[in-house]
Design a protein around this ligand. Structure first.
Ligand code: ADQ
Length: 460
């Protein structure tokens, strides 16, 4: 196989631990092939010309990093507008939050064209191109239009909704047609693959050639589930580090007389935060033995704050947390500690390990890596319990977690109570199965399976 070229909206320097498991895993593959990582620089040029941006090249070991600046107008239409104001909500089944402003798609297309143009000049004939996520769906089609014949794969990190939800996007046929410019399209879960197959079966003239093969628009496409994992060893190493140990000791100390529950995410309406807080409130009401004891640490890192729906969510959360603390709190006990900041990655394993229960209850999630990180961080002798939404992609693999419907407040509260009461033996047994599972299907397995499938497809 030739050089690997990874394209994603944001790129990360794979040598920095702050970047996380995905960057490390992709970085390793790039190192091995002496590859190229291409994406937006993160810089917005006020008064810049739409469709134009400077290209920056930088060497990081054997990996070349190539980034492009965006003009304000491009950033607002491609990134905030179409990617995060249309595709993100619709793909998470939230048609009510989508803003189908016609100007956004023009910017989305323009930036994909510009990226394709800049990238085409850097490609070598035997490169293998791996494009990531919803920001870049039409990239391969633009590259093909410029004559690029390299093997190209696409991985969608977020869910693909059922056909009739997808069809609400005015440009849905263009988006799916664009996917046929790739040779391989990867989804997080079998549910996503089945939505794709149903969409293609009902909305396009495609022939289904086999379980994972579709032919339409003069092109054959393979579409399959590749559930993403974490780098378990990297996470264990972080857990053994000083920062994580300190975090653990500090939490254990401070909460020695309490039961700790933890939630960690980006502040996003897909993560089910208000529903979770309501379930926690119900827990305190229905099972008063938790009063003065159960403490939920909810970390919600700021995210996409200039998109309107996010500001409304923040207000709702702050008022819910305030009401729970006001109604149930005591001078020496606050039921919810809500923190609107991110936690340093090096400290995360210590926080997870100090918790008796993790609440990972998104309304929809492509995969959800926090669920897997929580399992990796536990002490196998005395592990915490994972309460996981059945609507996270991770639920397909992690059936030994306690699965919940986050919309069902009463049953979720009941399940949290069950998690808090679970006997040691059952906790150990469930943890052992979950750990073996996330180890077997880790981020390296994910990357190798995707790239092997892509390599197995005959070059176009
Ligand atoms: P995200 O929606 O960002 O990712 P997730 O997979 O849960 O969701 O988290 C990604 C990483 O961010 C994890 O490593 C986690 O530890 C870290 N993180 C999240 N909140 C944090 C916080 N407050 N402080 C510090 N670190 C935090 C998208 C999709 C997911 C999919 C991933 C990967 O939405 O469904 O699992 O991509 O494909």
């Amino acid at each position: 196989m030739g050089r690997l070229v990874v394209v994603s909206n944001r790129i990360a320097d794979p040598r920095k631990t702050a970047s996380g498991g995905l960057a490390v895993a992709l970085g390793q593959a790039l190192e091995a092939s002496g590859g190229l990582w291409f994406g937006w620089s993160g810089k917005v040029v006020e008064n810049g010309t739409p469709g134009e941006g400077d290209l920056h090249l930088q060497q990081a070991g054997r990996v070349q990093l190539a980034t492009v600046d965006l003009s304000r107008e491009d950033h607002d239409s491609y990134y905030l507008g179409y990617s995060n104001g249309v595709l993100w909500p619709v793909f998470h089944y939230r048609l009510d939050l989508a803003d189908f402003d016609a100007g956004y798609v023009a910017g989305y297309r323009r930036v994909n064209q510009m990226f394709a143009h800049k990238l085409a000049g850097l490609l070598q004939p035997d490169d293998v191109v791996w494009v990531h996520d919803y920001h870049l769906i039409p990239l391969a089609a633009e590259l093909r239009a410029m004559g690029c014949r390299q093997r190209m794969g696409f991985f969608l990190h977020i869910p693909l909704p059922p056909p009739l939800i997808l069809a609400a996007v005015p440009e849905h046929d263009w988006l799916i047609r664009s996917l046929f410019a790739y040779d391989l399209v990867g989804f997080q879960s079998e549910a996503d693959v089945s939505h794709f197959a149903r969409y293609v079966g009902t909305e396009t003239p495609a022939d289904v050639l086999g379980e994972h093969e579709f032919r339409a628009f003069g092109k054959t496409l393979r579409a399959q589930a590749f559930p993403i994992g974490i780098d378990v060893d990297e996470f264990l190493e972080l857990g053994a580090g000083r920062e994580s140990q300190e975090m653990y000791a500090q939490m254990r100390d401070e909460y020695s007389r309490r039961r700790l529950l933890v939630g960690v995410e980006r502040m996003d309406y897909s993560k089910g935060l208000p529903q979770r807080l309501k379930a926690f409130r119900q827990l305190l009401q229905s099972y008063p033995e938790n009063l003065g004891s159960a403490t939920l640490i909810q970390i919600a890192a700021p995210s996409r704050e200039s998109v309107d729906a996010y500001a409304a969510l923040r207000q709702e959360l702050e008022s819910l947390c305030g009401a729970i603390n006001g109604n149930f709190g005591e001078l020496d006990w606050m039921p919810v500690r809500y923190i609107h900041r991110s936690v340093a990655r090096k400290r995360l394993p210590g926080l997870y390990r100090a918790a008796s229960v993790a609440l990972v209850t998104p309304l929809r999630d492509g995969m959800n890596l926090v669920a897997k990180e929580f399992v990796a961080a536990q002490d196998p002798q005395d592990p915490g319990v994972l309460v996981l939404s059945r609507f996270a992609g991770a639920a397909e693999q992690m059936s030994e977690a306690l699965l919940v419907n986050p919309y069902d407040t009463a049953r979720t509260a009941e399940t949290i109570q069950r998690a808090l009461q679970m006997p040691l033996e059952e906790r150990q047994r469930r943890h052992q199965v979950l750990l073996a599972q996330i180890r077997a299907q880790d981020v390296h397995w994910w990357r190798e399976r995707f790239l092997a499938s892509l390599a197995a497809i005959p070059a176009p």
